[in-house]
Design a binder for this molecule. Structure first.
Ligand code: ATP
Length: 329
């Protein structure tokens, strides 16, 4: 730890808040999670992504000491969870599984109830967190009158009561509509901008792509890839779509060469939304080497190409491709 913090200071990196090192969990004879490592720093939103049953909740339970790892360690602000759980977890606010919210009480009464379990939380702080999650106008209404998004925010308000340095949210977008998801995304970003480290788990990739600075993709208990979203996408080699801009349209020649002409702007191909500028373009999926061979063939067939643009996959496509490849191997 010490060595790393010296190096970090030299590189001027924000402090490491969460360090997960080679976590493994075996239940009975089943290995649920294996060799899971990642680091989350101050001000960073980290996405833990994987399909249902991948091992996200099991990992998160280990982060907050709900279950013990079979191997590996978790440390929060430099304190190991298995050695000093109280101190390590004093830096954490979390929503793991369904947080307890009493719908017959008001939002404020719920916060009071929750604050009783954490010493030293003032009435001022209750008002502060209610305002922070944008519930101040409705905080004295009964929770049963709240929308799902408002309940979610009340859960986050509870998690924020102790002013944590690390916020852990397991599947925070579950059940939210697109507007609620957008609001949550902006809210989480504002927390990170104030220096909080945030871990969110999800099986919904498109939302996470917009929310996270870095992600780890987990499938069947193992991390398949991790890093900044843009970097993962840039380095992906297999799924590559290309947009070629022809001088003339030559439908038949194109069809013969396995290409497709984009007829309508806004056309959707494998979840990649094609923009208006693509109308009349040629769309094809192939590797860079293959594209280099294709262009002379098109020219030979009388179709001059003005430009070739790579269309990056979405995180969702990358993820599907990785997890499918893994299930075949
Ligand atoms: N106590 C347990 N005993 C046996 N198997 C378990 C136990 N807990 C989890 N599992 C199994 O481990 C795997 C991972 O579960 P986990 O809940 O961590 O996945 P997840 O990625 O959070 O998915 P989901 O979003 O569906 O909760 C699943 O196959 C699950 O059935």
């Amino acid at each position: 730890m010490k060595l790393e913090s010296h190096a970090d200071r030299a590189a001027n990196l924000p402090e490491v808040v969460l360090q997960v090192d080679r976590l493994k969990k075996v239940i009975g004879k089943k290995t649920i999670v294996e060799n899971v490592s990642f680091t989350v720093r101050e001000g960073e939103i980290f996405g833990f992504l994987g399909p249902n049953g991948a091992g996200k909740t099991t990992t998160i339970r280990m982060l907050v000491d709900l279950i013990r790892p079979t191997e590996g360690s978790v440390s929060i602000c430099g304190h190991q969870v298995n050695r000093n759980p109280e101190l390590a977890l004093s830096y954490v606010g979390s929503i793991v599984e369904n947080p307890e919210v009493y719908s017959y009480l008001t939002g404020y009464e719920n916060l009071e109830q929750f604050a009783r379990m954490q010493p030293g939380i003032s009435k001022e702080r209750l008002k502060e967190v209610a305002a922070l999650v944008g519930l101040d106008a409705r905080i004295h209404d009964k929770v049963k009158t709240y929308s799902l998004g408002m309940r979610q925010r009340l859960g986050i308000a509870q998690a924020l009561l102790g002013a944590p340095k690390l916020l852990i949210l397991d599947e925070p977008t579950n059940g939210l509509d697109p507007k609620g998801i957008k609001e949550l995304r902006q809210f989480i970003r504002s927390l990170a901008d104030q220096g909080m480290a945030v871990v969110v788990s999800s099986h919904l990739l498109s939302e996470i792509q917009l929310m996270c600075d870095r992600v780890a993709i987990i499938s069947r208990g193992k991390v398949l890839a991790s890093g900044p979203v843009a970097e993962l996408i840039r380095n992906s080699s297999s799924y590559v779509a290309w947009q070629l801009v022809p001088r003339v349209r030559g439908e038949e020649a194109l069809r013969a060469l396995g290409c497709q002409l984009i007829e309508h702007p806004g056309e959707v191909l494998d979840d990649a939304l094609l923009t208006g500028s693509m109308e009349g373009s040629i769309l094809t999926e192939m590797r860079e080497e293959e594209i280099r061979e294709l262009i002379p063939q098109l020219v030979k067939a009388g179709i001059q190409i003005q430009g070739a643009h790579k269309i990056n996959p979405t995180l969702e496509q990358l993820f599907l491709e990785m997890t499918e490849r893994e299930s075949i191997e």
